[in-house]
Design a protein around this ligand. Structure first.
Ligand code: CO8
Length: 259
């Protein structure tokens, strides 16, 4: 699995762990890194032995953004025609849950990458920010959209307009961007632990639940509730629902995954 240039990939029981590994550039997200990340995530997504994924970086940097050196000399029409960095969106099509375990800098595209994941855990020294404005550009992969949903307009505007990476782990947790904060050296293990818990549940139910929560960003309330209700009803066509409820009644652990 170590054929990647910019990633380390391993599995821990039913959890797939992907570590961004481009230390000399603080995990700046060059185009090749993203191609590798898409491949690694797709492999885990299609691996029956894996139930959830953890994505992390180093203690110094989750990722310091898109690769500024790579993009500095590109131009508009080239980027338009090649759909420059369009392959970044692939990660949000991953069907299994992804937990981002963020230490250090999560800036620009790094913050956006974390927000493409389903859950964010942060180390206590994590710093989130959207510094693109200082480079004469603006966020391009969700920094004006997902961030605004996560932390509200005032904080998102402040981050995007000033460019200061001023959101600490603690503030990020308070604002709802991050669900839990841990000491820096514990965050990966805690993310793996949570991913392991998720992996023990019914795989199709986990995917349906992820799909339903994500629809909350796309649909109005009545359409979202209808989407949820339809999926809920459909779960009663599965062996996992029978097993889960029977196991509760019989006071034993459920054994999911029967066909
Ligand atoms: N791109 C390329 N190289 C980088 C990047 C980056 N984003 N960040 C750091 N590096 C490199 C540095 O150039 C340096 O390399 P070298 O040793 O060859 O000079 C090395 O990493 C170490 O960095 P520093 O010496 O700067 O380390 P410091 O600890 O002094 O500073 C910082 C750390 C504060 C994180 C600093 O590196 C920094 O400000 N980095 C840039 C942060 C930034 O502006 N990020 C936003 C980038 S733009 C973006 O992400 C747009 C996303 C659009 C996505 C669109 C998809 C469709």
């Amino acid at each position: 699995s170590q054929k990647y240039q910019h990633l380390l990939v391993e599995s821990r029981n039913q959890v797939g762990l992907v570590t961004l590994n481009r230390p000399k550039a603080l995990n700046a997200l060059c185009s090749d890194l993203f191609t590798e990340l898409n491949e690694a995530l797709a492999k885990f997504d299609n691996d029956d032995g894996i139930g959830a994924i953890v994505l992390t970086g180093s203690e110094k940097a989750f990722a310091a953004g898109a690769d500024i050196k790579e993009m500095s000399n590109t131009n508009y029409i080239e980027n338009f025609q090649s759909n420059f960095l369009g392959h970044w969106t692939q990660i949000s099509k991953t069907r299994k849950p992804i937990i981002a375990a963020v230490n250090g800098f999560a800036l620009g595209g790094g913050c956006e990458l974390a927000m493409m994941c389903d859950i964010i855990y942060a180390g206590d020294k994590a710093k989130f920010g959207q510094p693109e404005i200082k480079l004469g550009t603006i966020p391009g992969a969700g920094g004006t959209q997902r961030l605004t949903h996560a932390v509200g307009k005032s904080k998102a505007m402040e981050m995007v307009l000033t460019g200061s990476w001023n959101l600490s782990a603690e503030e990020a947790e308070r604002a709802g961007l991050v669900s839990k904060v841990f000491p820096a050296d514990k965050v990966v293990d805690e993310a793996v632990k949570t991913a392991g818990k998720i992996a023990e549940h019914s795989r199709p139910m986990v995917q349906m639940a992820k799909e339903a929560v994500n629809q909350a960003y796309e649909l109005n309330l009545s359409s979202g509730l209808l989407f949820e209700r339809r999926l809920f009803h459909s779960t009663f066509g599965t062996a996992d629902q029978r097993e889960g409820m029977q196991a509760f009644i019989e006071k034993r652990p459920a054994k999911f995954g029967q066909k």
